[in-house]
Write a protein that binds this ligand. Sequence first.
Ligand code: GLA
Length: 398
Amino acid sequence: MTALQDARDLFGSLTGRAPEGVWSSAGRANLIGEHTDYNEGFVLPFAIQHRTYAAAGMRGDGLIRVASTFAPDAVELRVADLEATFGGAAGSAVAEGRVPEWAAYPLGVAWAALAAARREAGDVAGVDIAIASDVPIGAGLSSSAAIEGAVATALDTLWDLGLEPLDKARVGRRAENEAVGAPTGIMDQVSSIMGRADAATFLDCRTLETRSVDLGLGREGLALLAIDTRVKHAHATGGYGDRRAACERGAAALGVPALRDVAAADLDRARDILDDVTFRRVRHIVTENQRVLDTVGVLSASGPRAIGELLVASHASMRDDFEISVPELDLAVETALEAGALGARMTGGGFGGSAVALVEVEAVDVVAHEAARAFAARGYTAPHCFTIEPSEGARRDA
Ligand code: GLA
């Protein structure tokens, strides 16, 4: 409960009063289905027990003020200036130094939430928002989606916006794409906001239909271990955008609206048409979509013990075809498997962050210990290992 209390305390020191409420949303890990979201494919993420809290209350002067325990200064803006701040080129407010990057997440959510609810800035009060989180930052567990979900949920109540959970997820993605300037998909926000305890969220990223898929880990004596490599990633720059561009190139060359529309049987033709790199990017997406569907099928037919091979195949595809892994992630996966994990794969956008291993509860300590040993032997920074529990999504806490 400490991050919740931290958010309250920060609100108190910012405003000298108590918040009207505290809202939160979860970090997430992806069980399988990587980089498929912006290709209109399938994903199977889950919300984790680490959460971000937004303590919030209205103010009378039309200002929106955001503060967080991980940045020294509060940032304020007139609600009436949100559109002028974020309505221009994607990410320009951050790139031009008009808004610190961290503040573009909550302020971008406020901007996108008003637009989604078709409300004018003049119709809503000013607001103070104090943010605290226990989602590890830079670990690839979507600390950003957790901020977006918490702030969208708080503003939905305070401003009486009437947004549905999926609307809030879209608001979060828009803030990230347009206010922050990171060209990400919608998986993280849907997972953070709509997660359920003991379940993963199956999402069709074309129709945005969701289904809760029971994981039954506890029943089977299994746990999910996150191995945070401590290699930091950033999706506003570099590899993530390149992969997205390669997928768009591949879809255009194959004459389909999105790689979702390419079947495994089309891959031979794709190999003839595409250059080698683009072909391998496409093959990852096509095979990964199928692995998500297979995982959902195997979970319901045989339970979580049987999905290990799919996780391993997914990692190999990200390492060899999509080329988004790093040596630390490969080592985490290999070591976990050698130490007895049933399956393991990197999770999230790649280029750093965490691997997730499916392990027997009694093997958690051994796998964590072996990962630490292997990292030390290579001279890597010690990994941070902790179990992650499929948990509930956005909610009001107080
Ligand atoms: C990041 C993005 C998501 C998704 C994953 C890769 O987490 O925010 O939209 O693309 O990478 O699966």
